[in-house]
Design a protein around this ligand. Structure first.
Ligand SMILES: NC(=O)c1ccc[n+]([C@@H]2O[C@H](COP(=O)([O-])OP(=O)(O)OC[C@H]3O[C@@H](n4cnc5c(N)ncnc54)[C@H](O)[C@@H]3O)[C@@H](O)[C@H]2O)c1
Length: 440
């Protein structure tokens, strides 16, 4: 099929590359000229494992092209994906300005053939209808709007797109459903189904999925708080409940809270939506409060350890991305911790394998934050190490080099990547989440 993807960020670029890999002919459109030039030259502007090969292979075989020109991008399309940002507004609602402004441009440029316009962005209930109205203002040809929320995980995005656990589509016509079935034929199977529903259900499903995961994270963070108070071990507790097949093992890891470009904004958007409908979504509001509390917890613990004063101290921070295997720092807990340390008078030397450049740009005028190109170098004479992202290279780090590099062997682990017993043996004082501290 001839497909256009508008917005080539984390979702749009993966969508475009994977659809091309499956045999579709894809034009990707973005209004960021530098990004389009890079992509035309086979340069992936984000860190996403596996994406570079798909990009270069499909540019070479002619199935994948990039442009900044929306009109040229859509003039032959049978399907147009909107993978545009929907950031939170001040009141928590999703900002639909990019989606709706592109939708109204689309009306003028639609091809002569029937075309399906697909909301891939995470959008509130009712957006499919708004997009339809915006396109219809100028459209002279036949089109339908489909809601097709994306469930991929950054860091595993290629794998998730190529082998999705399910594909959700919200449709208003059989004709649009047929196009979507053809588009996704290579990706779905009996055990990886394409689920067809109305647009409101599809739109709400994405918010429900992320909100459920957030609730699970906050629940475990509260259980971790209880573990600390009663002297229980959250690692063993996690297994004790995780082996119950009704509960499962995933998303039972306590830490310094969730962040990223999706969870925080999607939770706020669902709360906003439910408030708007006159429904008080208490559970989700509590999950969000718990997350805030959890993000502040580690800094309070650090300040308490130094008897209430960290002025002039220096902390090594390992991990800046909001999770491993991505360079995405949007709403990353590490940044909240860094800001709090600076506000309390401390300095930071930070390291991340992939997100360093993004953070360097962010703190370029903040002299109390420096970014190290090497993890052990970041430790150099710091007062303690704080682990904020569970990159595999931190999990496998040499504990002796950590102990030797710091002014004193002291680690605050916001992701529970080390075992307290191991740290004790290595002679390192160690604070983690939901487990007894090691105080030497
Ligand atoms: N990142 C994720 O893991 C993820 C997962 C599922 C769903 N989503 C949702 O997908 C949507 C996109 O998220 P993302 O992370 O890919 O965002 P992103 O910021 O990485 O990408 C958006 C892209 O759109 C481009 N753009 C902005 N305005 C434009 C315009 N008017 N015309 C053309 N291009 C324009 C930007 O230059 C950018 O390249 C959001 O609604 C998000 O909630 C994201």
């Amino acid at each position: 099929m001839r497909v256009t993807v508008i917005g080539t960020g984390y979702v749009g670029l993966v969508t475009g590359c994977c659809l091309a890999e499956a045999g579709h002919t894809v034009v990707c459109v973005d209004n960021n000229e530098q990004k389009v030039t890079d992509l035309q030259n086979g340069i992936v502007p984000i860190y996403e494992p596996g994406l570079a090969d798909y990009l270069t292979n499909n540019i070479s075989n002619g199935r994948l092209t990039f442009t900044t020109d929306t009109a040229a991008g859509v003039h032959q399309a049978e399907a147009v994906f909107l993978a545009l940002p929907t950031p939170p507004q001040e009141d928590g609602s999703a900002d639909l300005s990019a989606v709706l402004s592109v939708a109204s441009q689309l009306g003028e440029h639609l091809p002569d053939n029937y075309c399906v316009i697909i909301d891939k962005s995470t959008v509130p209930v009712g957006t499919a209808e708004k997009v339809r109205a915006a396109v219809a203002e100028h459209a002279t040809t036949d089109f339908d709007v489909v809601s097709n929320p994306e469930f991929l995980r950054e860091g595993l995005a290629v794998q998730d797109f190529m082998r999705p656990e399910r594909v959700v589509i919200g449709v208003t016509s059989k004709r649009a459903e047929a196009v979507m079935r053809e588009l996704y034929a290579a990706f779905v199977s009996d055990d990886r189904p394409l689920l067809v529903m109305d647009t409101a259900t599809a739109e709400l499903a994405k918010y429900a999925a992320n909100s459920f995961l957030v609730t699970k994270i906050s629940f475990m963070n509260e259980i971790a708080q209880m573990c600390e108070r009663v002297g229980a071990d959250v690692d063993m507790l996690r297994q004790a409940i995780g082996y119950d097949s009704r509960i499962g093992h995933k998303f039972l890891y306590p830490g310094i809270g969730y962040g990223g470009s999706c969870f925080p904004k999607d939770v706020r958007a669902l709360i906003h939506m439910s408030d708007h409908e006159g429904y008080d979504f208490k559970l989700l509001k509590a999950a969000m409060d718990v997350n805030r509390q959890q993000q502040n917890m580690m800094v309070s613990r650090i300040i308490d350890h130094f008897s209430g004063d960290i002025v002039g101290k220096t902390f090594a921070v390992w991990g800046l991305a909001f999770k491993p295997n991505t360079d995405d720092i949007r709403e990353a807990p590490a940044l909240i911790i860094i800001d709090a340390l600076i506000a309390a008078g401390a300095g930071v030397v930070a390291y991340d394998p992939e997100a360093a450049d993004n953070v360097r740009r962010l703190y370029k005028s903040q002299e109390k934050v420096s970014i190290s190109g090497e993890k052990y170098a970041a430790l150099n004479n710091a007062d303690a190490l704080i682990v904020t992202t569970e990159w595999a290279e931190f999990t496998k780090a040499d504990l002796h080099l950590i102990a030797e590099g710091l002014q004193q062997p002291l680690v605050f682990d916001g992701r529970n990547i080390y075992r307290p017993e191991t740290m004790q043996k290595a002679g390192i004082s160690y604070y983690s989440v939901g487990r007894r501290p090691v105080l030497l």
